[in-house]
Design a protein around this ligand. Structure first.
Ligand code: SF4
Length: 198
């Protein structure tokens, strides 16, 4: 079971395979993924996660990511991030689909303040219609999910030092319209290349 894996100088944490989306470009749909088998037979607990990480200060950053949406396991993320900070982690990042506030039915962002240095939110699309096609939310309507992502980004801007909205370079993604959304929210913008082999 691969709970922690390195890419470059970053340590990535795989804490769940659950997600509230089913994106057309999800790496879970590719044959090789990121080069590690990230399918979990069960989700790791806090102790297992801490053991898998060891000394977090050895890495440029520790990233909650995985084959799934890490903030589905909000309590674990908060507890682990607090431990990593105590142990000298240089930077903590979360890669998220931005739906945590509807998943948990409250604004969870203040709970991440002081623990998370960077949050990378998958915007994925320029409007709810495109989001329906590209991200295929499985639990919420595309309108509900997409507006939740935008509101989540607004909240993150208040509490987290670096906020990045990301899109994948994929047919149907209007990159310039997405860039404008990021500008309006006054957050960073990043275009990711798809590198799965299908
Ligand atoms: S939000 Fe991320 S983990 Fe979830 S389906 Fe989309 S790409 Fe995959």
């Amino acid at each position: 079971m691969t709970v922690a894996y390195t890419i470059g100088q970053s340590l990535y944490l795989n804490i769940t395979n659950r997600c509230t989306n089913n994106c057309v470009f999800c790496i879970r749909r590719t044959k090789e993924g990121v080069g590690y088998d990230l399918w979990l037979s069960r989700e790791p607990n806090l102790q297992e996660l801490l053991e898998a990480v060891g000394d977090p200060g050895r890495y440029k950053e520790v990233v909650f990511c995985g084959y799934g949406e890490p903030l589905i396991r909000l309590e674990l993320v908060i507890a682990a991030a607090a431990e990593f900070k105590k142990l000298g982690a240089k930077q903590i990042r979360i890669n998220t689909n931005g739906q945590a506030n509807i998943i948990h039915q409250r604004n969870v962002v203040p709970e991440l303040a002081g623990l998370v240095d960077v949050i990378s939110i998958s915007l994925n699309a320029q409007n709810a219609g495109a989001y329906a096609e590209l991200s295929q939310p499985v639990k919420y309507s595309p309108e509900e999910a997409y507006s939740a992502v935008l509101e989540f980004a607004r909240q993150c801007k208040k509490y987290i030092p670096r906020v990045v909205l990301s899109v994948v370079n994929w047919p149907g993604v209007d990159i310039e319209a997405c860039r404008k959304i990021a500008e309006e929210l006054e957050v960073e913008f990043r275009v990711r290349e798809f590198y799965g082999n299908g």
